[in-house]
Design a protein around this ligand. Sequence first.
Ligand SMILES: *Cc1c(COP(=O)(O)O)cnc(C)c1O
Length: 384
Amino acid sequence: MEQAEIRVQLDAISHNVQELKGRTTADVMAVVKGDGYGHGMVPAARAAIAGGATWLGACTLDEAMTLRAAGFTGPVLAWLLAPGLQLQDGVASDVDLSTGTRGGLTEIIAAAKAVGRPARVHLKIDTGLTRGGSARDDWPDLVDDAAKAAADGTITVVGIWSHFANADVLGHPANASQRAAFAEALDVAERHGVTPQFRHLANSAATLSRADSHFDLVRPGIAIYGLSPFGPGGERFGLVPAMSVRATVLLAKRVPAGQGISYGHTYRTGQRTTVAVVPLGYADGIMRSASNRGPVSLGGRLRRIAGRVCMDQIVVDCGDDAVTAGDVAVLIGSGRGEPTADDWAEACGTINYEIVTRMGSARIPRVYEGGGPEDPPGRGRVSP
Ligand SMILES: *Cc1c(COP(=O)(O)O)cnc(C)c1O
């Protein structure tokens, strides 16, 4: 094993997509932004497609272009495009582009004309998240512009879409009102002659809990990595976590009672004890807020980080247990005696999304296990 490593079970990702597909008649867009929530964007995408996803959700155009360069030829949606961004490559590569503003649509139209190829467009309506997307008052003008550009063949309106604010809270009244606002926006678009093939609204939480939000396409992210959008203690839905994180103990030593540990001495040993040093820190995506809280399984027991998380190291108080250099510390594991991403999220006051995305996108090498023909089982490979 590496000094520290992330193992990603590609078969788990494929399995999770299959589970989601079993819950909907809509097509599945696997959301692989943020380096596949820390699991590695391209391998995660490959595994998701093996599990039956037909779309990829990429957030930035860079991410979408990386997927194209890796050989994905199916639909890929990029939805976070700043004004002035060069869109020609995206249009030329058939990347689906989202906009919620007339200015954004004008830029897509200009790129399509420059390339000489119709741009594939998804129009985003803000139904209540109040983040991206068209304000309701601006929507008729936006769909009108889109209808004109579609009529002259400059663009194809592939989708109309929106995003929930509270899908992870079952029965939250905002979910019903957002769905109603979405239906209303679809009606307005239809009256302007815009009837796209793909209407999409559901993230993981809505895919798992609100069939009335599935429409033609669902956009699960966290669930394809096997984590629940509903947080600790929520239903598991047959999902299997794909990521585990391990590191080798650098050294273990006996220290006296009353000894301060790590920067600031925010932890003091209660008695003479063995401390173990683990080579992971905030440069590896370990939250500094895990200081004195983050769970680590070591020597067959669940323990907590002692003292502050440093840039490259953490210390674990192992009492009188026989922990030695070379032992393996599990930071994210099975949940059966080993911590989970949800345990880390609780310890750090955050959500499992942030835990895996940070740990997976920093310095720790990733090793892939399982996967399809392009990823022979058992051939552990470290990502570039
Ligand atoms: C991240 C994201 C998703 C996926 O959300 P999950 O909660 O991870 O399922 C879907 N749609 C959009 C627009 C997103 O930004």
